[in-house]
Ligand binder design. Structure first.
Ligand SMILES: Nc1nc2c(c(=O)[nH]1)N[C@H]1C(S)=C(S)[C@@H](COP(=O)(O)OP(=O)(O)OC[C@H]3O[C@@H](n4cnc5c(=O)[nH]c(N)nc54)[C@H](O)[C@@H]3O)O[C@H]1N2
Ligand SMILES: Nc1nc2c(c(=O)[nH]1)N[C@H]1C(S)=C(S)[C@@H](COP(=O)(O)OP(=O)(O)OC[C@H]3O[C@@H](n4cnc5c(=O)[nH]c(N)nc54)[C@H](O)[C@@H]3O)O[C@H]1N2
Ligand code: SF4
Ligand SMILES: [Mo]
Length: 901
């Protein structure tokens, strides 16, 4: 394994977060931290980073790190054990359960955040040696519909285009993608194309996200109607002489059937408008611009994939590209934006239960080939259970042993309460993790195994454009944390498979993976990195980012399919006639709204990493639900207040944001909060477990729901140097702050209860401001001149100023004035409250920005010149533009400040 450079020089690695796969230069500071900057040489980002990537240095701390193997003892406590004991135990228990109940009784649940090498070993162990294909991954919740759509159309899971196409396209169509927040560096690249070359941008999303703003056309369609829209487009192309007849004839089959089906679904502009809820003018404008712009890239993400018709949506999009021959050409392709840093690597090794390995399937020739290559005695011969089915089988008691590696299913699977309960039924529940607490770890595993985290682990990841990059260690692993591949390999050895798992390094595994991709592959399989199968350890360490395929003795190839060459036996692409899109989940009088779920700009998934960064905690610190003003009125919920969101599966309590950006009839809630960092805000518990028939991917974006107001008399916040356990009756969300832990809360209990709660753990000399009659209580304890703990609680209009007090809490010492002013909850120097932070890099708040707009700033660049906001990573520029637009016309809506007043 690579050793950390003793001179503390910059190590080039890859971002821990999204599928853009940005190159990072990490310079360790020798004290457990590191300076992070964008790698100017990396072809994904050329030096740029977004807010999350820039803040990675704030996430390297060891609070909440799992450092030692633990086993649940008879009394139910977790006890530290030696690695050898933990590994023996896991191997033993798996062996016992397989011997008794067969290989179908065990399963692995993996993650697109593992390295390719970890993934390869897990897949090989389960499918080749334990003899079950019950290995699935959180990519089932993420990319499965794109995989299924690609395989139906192309005969393989191939992404035909590359990032350069985003620079070279004349039209960029974003479908179900909030790229401004979720793929920010690529979004900046698209904007650069717009600014430099005049590319036009169309955004298709039921919500007006921050990706809308630089668009030329926004199509706020009814949810789930993308198939109708792209079917209408196919008909339009056919009727307006815009087909590439030669391409269709030479390289594809099935066009006539697909067109006939499209006609029956959306045979005209008018019919498309009716089916999608869009105006005829908007539909016509989109069809025209698409028809007349040869260089078009259609980018799609979770608004497409996470749908009960996700695979059909993908194919409806791909059909239009095939019909116009706009595929694999410079600036022209369909393009699936992948979510996790190694979503693609997982697909390459076969991490999905319905793939075997190296893009091979469960067909007799593929099974035989992989069996011979692995020398696998008991290779699985049929597909395993996909994620949602897998957890159903656990709930039924059919799967008895589960090993979760690098994912948090108790939060992220649909119907998450039922999932969490199901975990308790397991006879053997093993979790490999970085953290000591998340909802899955808290669900009571029998064995906890400490895995190396980003910055410590070493191997490869593949980004959205098929580019394999090295993640390199730049710090030593803490405690006894080990690479995931090592942990899996040690268990394999104990199960008697030592010869097949004799890996000494990530490089060893990568070479075998590369060799399998090229094994008996004469060009029939897209995934071939045979050119890398003989890399020396040194060459692997030095490996520059490289796109696949990298066939042995072949020229590099950036794109696929410009001249056919598909991967079905006849080498042709398939047009797919989509099923008539029926929404699986109808709204009812009791559940009149549709709950859409997704992401916010500065948090990553269940916040185990991004939640540690004070900078990232500033933007949207509380779990919320966004509601259209008409629905808010109808259901009696107020902006800034609270609401209960209920579905047939669960209930959450969330802050309300009333916004025109939301469509009537729809709610939106972010996915990031869990039991571990908030109360009653685990949105996965609300989501229906409906899945797409082809991909098995759950529909995370359209659960029927209802909303009712919920009153809290008091609002407040607490700041502390140590983690706090807030009284159980409070609604609360934890947020990272400089110098400690922050909690934003709301409650109905009496203030004296809060006072005694605080006094139960703080020092004697508590400074207090009490107005119990007026409903106000504020208190702070000090260690010297430094705040140790403080608590502010009051009516919504008078809860103290979170941003001001947070600033004082961050200080090492308070002046006498500051100390005196502290309990007033206002700034001592009379400075106005900056408001909730918009620019995370420079900590510029919304009030400051609005003042600057009122003072004449008219563009994001003006604001940048005055306040620096938006001048580093640029992730907040869409929000700056929105504020300019809003401030010009209307008052700024109250948002998520506890008390911006
Ligand atoms: N900040 C941040 N970035 C991330 C992540 C993160 O957690 N935080 N996670 C990463 C991962 S793993 C993923 S998968 C990606 C996801 O990236 P995105 O897919 O861009 O993100 P989402 O917010 O899940 O959903 C995208 C949009 O789909 C829209 N949508 C919902 N229903 C429909 C529909 O029927 N049709 C259409 N056209 N649109 C619809 C939603 O309104 C939403 O705006 O982000 C990656 N990047
Ligand atoms: N309602 C709803 N649900 C969703 C979605 C949605 O849009 N709506 N999106 C879905 C999508 S696209 C995704 S990708 C998932 C994400 O959902 P999850 O994968 O459940 O979320 P994460 O918080 O990323 O969990 C990763 C866990 O792995 C740990 N970890 C990180 N790196 C490593 C490592 O190297 N080794 C090990 N052993 N552990 C590691 C982290 O500490 C963390 O606990 O959520 C899905 N669920
Ligand atoms: S866009 Fe941001 S989160 Fe994604 S890889 Fe780049 S820096 Fe990381
Ligand atoms: Mo994802």
């Amino acid at each position: 394994m690579s050793v950390v450079d003793p001179d503390l020089r910059a190590v080039s690695t890859t971002c821990a977060y999204c599928g853009v796969g940005c190159g990072i230069l990490a310079t360790p500071d020798g004290r457990g931290g590191a300076a992070i900057s964008g790698d100017p040489e990396h072809p994904a980002n050329f030096g740029r980073l977004c807010s999350k990537g820039s803040a990675l240095g704030e996430t390297l701390g060891l609070t909440n790190r799992l450092l030692y193997p633990m086993i649940r003892c008879d009394k139910g406590n977790m006890e530290r054990v030696a690695w050898s004991d933990a590994l023996d135990h896991v191997a033993h228990r798996f062996q016992h359960i397989i011997a008794r109940d067969g290989p179908g009784a065990v399963a692995f649940y993996l993650s697109g955040q593992l390295l390719t090498e970890d993934y390869y070993v897990a897949n090989k162990l389960m499918k080749g040696f334990l003899g079950s294909a019950n290995v699935d991954t959180n990519s089932r919740l993420c990319m499965a519909s794109s995989v299924a759509g690609h395989r139906r159309a192309f005969g393989a899971d191939t992404v035909p285009g590359c990032y350069e196409d985003l620079d070279e396209a004349d039209l960029l169509v974003l479908v179900g993608s909030n790229a401004a927040w979720c793929h920010p560096v690529l979004y900046q690249r698209m904007l650069a194309n717009k600014q430099g070359r005049g590319a036009r941008i169309v955004v298709i999303d039921p919500r007006r996200t921050d990706t809308v703003g630089d668009d030329d056309l926004f199509l706020g369609l009814k949810p789930g109607t993308d198939t109708a829209l792209f079917s209408g487009l196919l008909v339009y192309l056919a009727d307006h002489g815009k087909l590439d007849d030669n391409y269709i004839a030479a390289y594809t089959t099935g066009f006539d059937d697909a067109l006939a089906r499209a006609r029956s679904m959306a045979g005209s502009v008018g019919a498309t408008a009716l089916a999608t809820g869009l105006s005829e003018a908007d539909v016509a404008a989109f069809f025209q611009i698409y028809a007349n712009t040869p260089r078009v890239v259609t980018l799609y993400s979770q608004g497409v994939n996470q749908s009960a018709q996700g695979t059909d949506k993908v194919n409806a999009i791909v059909n239009c590209h095939l019909a116009t021959g706009r595929i694999g050409k410079v600036g022209a392709s369909p393009f699936s934006l992948t979510g996790q840093p190694n979503a693609m690597g997982g697909r390459e090794v076969g991490g999905l239960a319905n793939q075997l390995a190296a893009h091979m399937a469960f067909t007799p020739p593929d099974i035989d080939r992989v069996r011979r290559f692995w020398k696998a005695p008991r290779i699985a011969t049929h597909e395993g259970l996909k994620a949602v089915q897998m957890f159903d089988a656990i709930a039924r008691g059919e799967i008895k042993a589960l090993w979760v590696i690098g994912t948090n299913p108790a939060v992220s699977l649909p119907n998450a309460d039922v999932v969490r309960e199901a975990l308790k039924k397991l006879e053997l529940f093993v979790v490999s993790e970085n953290v000591t607490s998340n909802d899955t770890v808290d669900a009571g595993p029998h064995v906890l195994l400490p895995a190396q985290a980003w910055g410590e682990k070493s191997g490869t990841v593949t980004n959205s454009e098929r580019r394999i990059s090295r993640q390199r260690a730049f710090m030593d692993a803490p405690g006894e944390a080990k690479p995931d591949w090592w942990i899996l390999g040690e268990v394999a050895k104990r199960l008697g498979f030592g010869a097949a798992f004799n890996f000494n390094s990530a490089a060893d595994i990568f070479r075998e993976h590369a060799a399998l991709s090229a094994f008996e592959n004469e060009g029939e399989r897209d995934f071939d990195i045979g050119g890398l199968k003989a890399l020396s350890d040194e060459a692997f360490d030095a490996m520059a980012p490289v796109q696949w395929p990298t066939r042995l003795n072949a020229q590099p190839q950036a794109r696929f399919f410009a001249e056919g060459g598909f991967f079905a036996n006849d080498r042709k692409a398939r047009f797919i006639a989509p099923e008539v899109p029926v929404l699986r989940t109808e709204t009812t009088a009791a559940r009149p709204l549709r709950l859409n779920t997704g992401r916010i700009r500065d948090q990553w998934h269940t916040m185990t990493r991004s939640g540690e960064s004070p900078r990232l905690g500033q933007h949207l610190p509380e779990p919320f639900v966004e509601v259209h003003p008409d629905d808010a009125l109808r259901h009696g919920v107020d902006d800034g207040g609270f609401a209960r969101v209920t579905t047939d599966y669960g209930q959450c309590t969330l802050r309300v944001v009333v916004s025109e950006r939301q469509q009537r009839g729809m709610l939106f809630a972010p996915i990031h909060w869990s039991e571990a960092n908030a109360t009653g805000a685990r949105v996965g518990s609300l989501v229906a477990p409906y899945t797409d028939a082809f991909s098995g991917q759950p529909e995370n974006k359209a659960t029927p729901a209802s909303i009712t107001p919920y009153e809290y008399v008091f609002r407040g916040f607490a700041l502390s140097r140590k983690p706090l356990a807030l009284p159980a009756h409070a609604w609360a969300a934890r947020v990272a702050v400089n110098g400690g832990y922050g909690y934003l809360f709301a409650d109905n209990a009496d203030l004296k209860g809060w006072q005694s709660w605080l006094k139960s753990f703080t020092a004697e000399d508590l400074a207090e401001y009490k107005d119990f009659g007026g409903g106000v209580y504020r208190a702070a304890s000090f260690a010297g001149d430094r705040i140790e703990t403080c608590l502010f609680i009051g009516p919504a209009s008078d809860a103290g100023d979170w941003n001001v007090v947070k600033g004082l809490f961050a200080a090492d010492a308070l002046s006498n004035d500051q100390r005196r002013m502290l309990l007033s909850g206002k700034s001592a120097d009379g400075l106005a409250d900056a408001g909730p932070i918009v620019c995370a890099c420079f900590g510029v708040g919304r009030n400051t920005i609005c003042e600057s707009i009122a003072g004449g700033a008219r563009t994001a660049a003006d604001i940048g010149a005055r306040l620096k906001a938006g001048t580093n990573c640029g992730s907040c520029i869409p929000e700056l533009k929105r504020l300019i637009a809003q401030t010009g016309t209307a008052a700024v809506p109250q948002q998520l400040a506890v008390a911006a007043n």
